[in-house]
Design a protein around this ligand. Structure first.
Ligand SMILES: [Zn+2]
Length: 249
């Protein structure tokens, strides 16, 4: 009962929702469902922090400080327009539940393990914000697609991989437990943004030091599914687990 009172009290205080909101599914992206579902302006009503991609896979999306950014093929970042549309996204109103420092992390896999060890909450969805110094960060962006869209596994073969060295920046990402299926990317998924907000992309690999890590644990998931023929006709019962791993890491 106490929790209920707390919930009512926070509602009265106008506290923001703790839910994670997704737009479309990673499984749908794998099947080439790349059209915009909602606008960036609408996306920001669901969360001020997150990641995703745009209509026609036109850039890697980073949602940071209540602003949507687009990293292009070359990793150059610009603010997206409020009218630009979102093909896939996961967003949250970021409210840190746990903060810790890491001196040195030499890979994305190690970073994930250390977050897991710190939280010890393997069955929750977690938004992760990590600011640090990157000796090396390997990023990718995919080229804008033309209709008819090829599946993501094909598109990923033509991704542009690039590296930034000795830069400060922020990792923006999520951990979705495997039981959430293909709504999110199972495991950790990070996008990156430099402090000047001019460079970024989807993170493939990294080595980071002096990191401040903030974790926002969520037990609420809101999934918005596209209302479109492309989504309705896509075979989303296929198991895309391996293909997602290949395309996203
Ligand atoms: Zn990504």
């Amino acid at each position: 009962m106490i929790d209920l009172y707390k919930a009512i009290a926070s509602f009265r205080l106008g506290k923001r929702s703790d839910e994670i909101s997704t737009v479309s599914t990673i499984g749908a992206l794998m099947e080439g469902v790349y059209h915009g579902v909602i606008t960036c302006e609408q996306l920001l009503k669901r969360g001020d922090f997150g990641l995703g991609t745009f209509d026609s896979l036109d850039g890697e999306m980073i949602v940071f400080d209540n602003q949507v950014y687009r990293a292009d093929m070359n990793g150059d970042v610009k603010p997206a327009l409020p009218t630009d549309t979102v093909a896939y996204a996961a967003v949250k109103n970021f409210q840190s539940d746990k903060t810790f420092d890491l001196n040195l992390v030499t890979s994305v896999a190690e970073f994930g393990k250390r977050i897991d060890a710190n939280l010890a909450l393997p069955n929750t969805i977690v938004a992760v914000k990590a600011t640090g110094h990157f000796e090396r960060i390997q990023l990718r962006a995919v080229p804008k697609q033309q209709k008819p869209y090829a599946p993501l596994a094909e598109v990923a073969k033509h991704q542009n991989v690039f590296e930034l060295n000795d830069v400060k920046g922020t990792l923006v990402g999520f951990r979705f437990p495997a039981y959430t299926g293909e709504v999110g990317v199972a495991g950790f998924h990070f996008h990156f943004l430099t402090p000047d907000r001019l460079r970024g992309g989807h993170v493939l690999e990294m080595s980071m030091r002096d990191a401040q890590v903030e974790c926002d644990v969520s037990r609420e998931l809101h999934a918005l599914l596209p209302d479109s023929a492309a989504f309705d006709k896509a075979d989303l019962d296929l198991d895309h687990t391996q293909a997602i791993k290949k395309a996203e890491s």
